[in-house]
Structures are given as C-alpha cells and as structure tokens.
Ligand binder design. Sequence first.
Ligand code: SF4
Ligand code: SF4
Ligand code: SF4
Length: 237
Amino acid sequence: METQARPGQAPTGDGSSALSRERGPRDINALLARGYQVETCRNCHNAVIDVEGTARGIDESLARLELGGRLRAKEGGRLLYHHLFRVAIAGCPNSCSQPQIKDFGVQGRSRPEITAEECSHCGLCEAACDEAAVRVGAEGPVIDTSLCVQCEQCARVCPTGTIVAARRGSLVLAGGKLGRHPQLARTVADMVTPEEAAVLAVRAAEIYVTRGAPGERFGCILNRLGVGVLQEQESGS
Ligand code: SF4
Ligand code: SF4
Ligand code: SF4
C-alpha cells in the first residue's frame, strides 16, 4: 500500500498554483476539517463549460458528506494533508488545474460538428487547430476525431457556421496522483452535466472513505477495485 512521501505537508503559499484557484479555506486546519479540496483553473476565455457552477455543485455535494470527521476516523484520528480527497475542475482540454493528477478531475469538452452551411475556404479553422485535426479541402472541412481534443477553437473562428460547437460537457477522470508511484487519472464518464459530475464526485468520495484502507490513496483503491466500480455505482448495481 502506498502513502505519500511527506506526510503532514501543508500546501505551500496561498494553496494555489499560478494556473489554479483553490475554493474554500486555505488554512490547513480548516481544510483538514473539511476533508477535501476543490481547485479550479483560472477560467479564462477558452472555457467551454461553466467552471464556477461545476465547482460549486461538487463543493456543495462534498460538503454534505462530512468527509473531515469520517476520514479522520479512518486514519485513526490523525488526518494529514495528503489524506484529503482532492478535486480539480478545468474549463477546457488545456487542463491548467491538472485534473489528470487529482483524485477526481473534471475537464470541459466541446464536440465540433460540420453543418450543411457552405464553407468559404478561409482556412481559419485549420489555423486555429493546434492538433492539426481539421483540414479544409475542396468539399469543405474534415475533422479527424482521433486527433481532435474537443477544444472548440475551430468552431469559434468559423465565420460561416460550417463548423459549430455541437455539444458541450465534461470528461470525468478519477484516480490520478503523484507521490512515489505517480499515475494519471482514468476516464470515468464523458460529456456529463455539472449535476452528473457532482453525483460522480460524491460516489468517488464515498468509495474513498468506505472502501479504502488507512493511508491508501484513491488511485490505489481504483487500481485494486477497478475504475469500473464508479460506473457500477452509476448504474445502480
Ligand atoms: S483550463 Fe482552459 S479555460 Fe481553464 S484556465 Fe486553462 S486554458 Fe483557460
Ligand atoms: S475542437 Fe479543437 S482540436 Fe478539435 S478540430 Fe476543433 S480546434 Fe482542432
Ligand atoms: S473556418 Fe469555416 S468557413 Fe473557414 S475554412 Fe474553416 S469551415 Fe470553412
């Protein structure tokens, strides 16, 4: 079983990196009393989801779980910073708040779609796409979905409505961590609403409290149980 290398280490500075904002208290004792930490990205113009609303919904849902006291009991009365259930919300695939290395992560996505509107062949969509996922030929644009990360930049610059943002939602990730044995979070669900993200966050936190051994990171619990445990709970089985 893995534990963090530096138990008891408090967040540095104001608890936020240059690319993320921490919601709620920054004082370590107040954080430990809550038992969880929610960070968001800086929520810039690239955001394709309601970052603040999504964070608020998750924050309020986790607050009802009284994680601080329950985690403290699980840890034998000695709750440390690395025991917190950590959540990050990013407004777009740039992932500035690093949801891939948190216990629970949310990343905004926007799925582009090609419509019947005539393409002017201006090339703006090609220029806007950092993934080289859109190519404009004689028949108009073609999007390679294997390269597209669903950032919406092509749809935003298209002057004719030939490419539009067809659907927005969030990718939900779980089980990421750093520490001695770092691992990236794995995909739990795609294109979910803020409400669905909050439900999944509660399920993940409950699994963390009730199915983890003392000191066991959430990513390690998912390695043991399989990430499907979250989908199983989602389907009610
Ligand atoms: S993740 Fe996207 S929306 Fe959030 S700050 Fe970074 S670029 Fe902006
Ligand atoms: S959504 Fe983003 S990654 Fe996908 S084709 Fe458009 S600009 Fe490229
Ligand atoms: S931005 Fe729109 S109009 Fe311009 S080339 Fe791309 S699809 Fe065509």
